[in-house]
Ligand binder design. Structure first.
Ligand code: UDP
Ligand code: MG
Length: 333
C-alpha cells in the first residue's frame, strides 16, 4: 500500500470556505488511493468556522479531524500545532481559503514518491494585489540571499514534508517561526513544482501591513543573526575611518600649519567617528551574546542525520578482546 498522508490546514475565520475546502480535499485524497486524514486547526476563529469543522468531522468520521486552539496564535503556529497532530508518513500543508487547489496534492505526492522530502510550490499565476505581492518578493529575495536555498516561493503554503522533516520541525522550541524555511533547513532532497493559484474564494486576507512586517521579522530572526554582526563590522569600519581621518589631519597640520585646521573642528569629527565606531562595536559584541542566547533558546536539533550506512540493527557483539584474539591467531599461524 502507498504511504499515508496527512493534510494540515490552518483556519482563521474561514466559515464560507470550509465546506467546499473539506469536500474538495476529501475528493482529491480519495482519488490518491492511500490512507489519509485531514487535520483542520482552528486558530481561534470568531465566526462559525468551529461549527463547520465539527459538522465536517462528523460527516467524514475518521478522515477529518478538528483541533481547536483557545485563541489566535498566527498561521505558522497553527500549522505547527497541526503537524503535532498529524500521523501521516507525509504531511501536506495548505491554506483554507482555496487559493491552493487541493487537486494539486496528487502532483505533490508524485514528487514525494520519487524520494523528495520537501516539495515546494511556485504560484504561476498569483492572484493577489501588487501590494500583497511586493512584500513577498522582498521576503523571497531575503531568504534566498540569507540561506542560499534554492526555493523561489516561500509564501506558498501548499507544500509536502516527509515525516522525518516534520519530526525535526517539532523538536524546535522557538515561538516565532516560519515553517517553510525551517523545513528547508532539515531537508535533504528538495524540489519545486508549479501550481495554479486561485483568488481567495471568500473572506479577506488575514495579513495587513503590520502582520506582514511582523512576519518579515519572524522570518529574518529565524534564519540568521547576521544583522547583529553587521554592527560590529560597521563600527570597526567607522573607527578605522576616524583614525585615518585623524592621521590625515595631523599630517596636514604639520605640513601646512595650524591655521589650516579650522580651530580643531575637523579633529573633533575624527574623534567623534572613532568613538561612534567603538560604540557600534560594543553593541555588536552584545549582539553576539544575544544571538547565541537566541540560538540556544530555540533548541533546534543540532544536526539532522540524513542516513546511516553499515548498521546491522543487531546488538553490538564485537569487542576489543575479540579483535586481540584475532591478531594473536593470525600471528600463531
Ligand atoms: N490563518 C491562520 N491564523 C492567522 C492568519 C491566517 O490560521 O492568524 C490561516 C488562514 O485561515 C488561511 C491561511 O492561514 O488558511 C493563510 O491566510 P491568508 O489567506 O489570509 O493569507 P494570504 O493568502 O493573504 O497570504
Ligand atoms: Mg490566502
Amino acid at each position: 500500500m502507498k504511504s499515508s498522508l496527512s493534510l494540515v490546514i490552518p483556519v482563521y475565520n474561514e466559515e464560507e470556505n470550509l465546506d467546499e475546502l473539506v469536500d474538495r480535499c476529501v475528493a482529491a485524497c480519495d482519488a490518491l488511493g492511500r490512507p489519509y486524514e485531514v487535520v483542520l486547526v482552528d486558530d481561534g476563529s470568531r465566526d462559525a468556522s468551529r461549527e463547520r469543522i465539527e459538522a465536517k468531522a462528523r460527516q467524514f468520521g475518521g478522515r477529518v479531524k478538528g483541533v481547536f486552539l483557545n485563541r489566535n496564535y498566527g498561521q505558522h503556529n497553527a500549522v505547527i500545532c497541526g503537524l503535532g497532530h498529524a500521523d501521516g508518513a507525509t504531511v501536506v500543508t495548505l491554506d483554507a481559503d482555496l487559493q491552493n487547489p487541493p487537486e494539486e496534492i496528487g502532483r505533490l505526492m508524485a514528487k514525494v514518491d520519487e524520494g523528495y522530502d520537501v516539495v515546494g510550490t511556485v504560484r504561476v499565476n498569483r492572484q493577489d494585489s501588487l501590494l500583497r505581492r511586493l512584500p513577498s518578493l522582498l521576503i523571497n529575495r531575503m531568504v534566498m540571499s540569507a540561506t542560499g536555498v534554492m526555493m523561489h516561493d516561500y509564501g506558498c503554503m501548499l507544500r509536502a514534508y516527509d515525516r522525518r522533516v516534520v519530526d525535526a520541525i517539532l523538536e524546535c522550541r522557538e515561538r516565532s517561526t516560519f515553517v517553510p524555511v525551517l523545513a528547508n533547513s532539515f531537508a535533504c532532497r528538495t524540489t519545486e513544482i508549479d501550481v495554479h493559484h486561485d483568488e481567495r474564494k471568500a473572506g479577506t486576507s488575514k495579513y495587513g501591513l503590520f502582520r506582514l512586517l511582523n512576519l518579515m521579522f519572524d522570518l529574518m530572526t529565524s534564519m540568521t543573526t547576521a544583522p547583529l554582526r553587521m554592527l560590529t563590522y560597521a563600527g570597526g569600519a567607522l573607527s578605522l575611518c576616524g583614525i585615518a581621518f585623524g592621521a590625515f589631519l595631523l599630517a596636514m597640520r604639520l605640513l601646512l600649519g595650524s591655521e589650516w585646521a579650522a580651530q580643531g573642528i575637523f579633529t573633533l569629527f575624527a574623534v567623534v567617528f572613532v568613538l561612534l565606531g567603538v560604540q557600534l562595536v560594543a553593541m555588536g559584541l552584545l549582539g553576539e551574546f544575544i544571538g547565541r542566547i537566541h540560538i540556544d533558546v530555540r533548541q533546534r536539533p543540532r544536526y539532522f542525520v540524513e542516513r546511516i550506512v553499515g548498521a546491522t540493527g543487531v546488538r553490538l557483539t564485537w569487542s576489543p578482546e575479540d579483535a586481540a584474539d584475532e591478531v594473536l591467531e593470525h600471528q600463531a599461524t
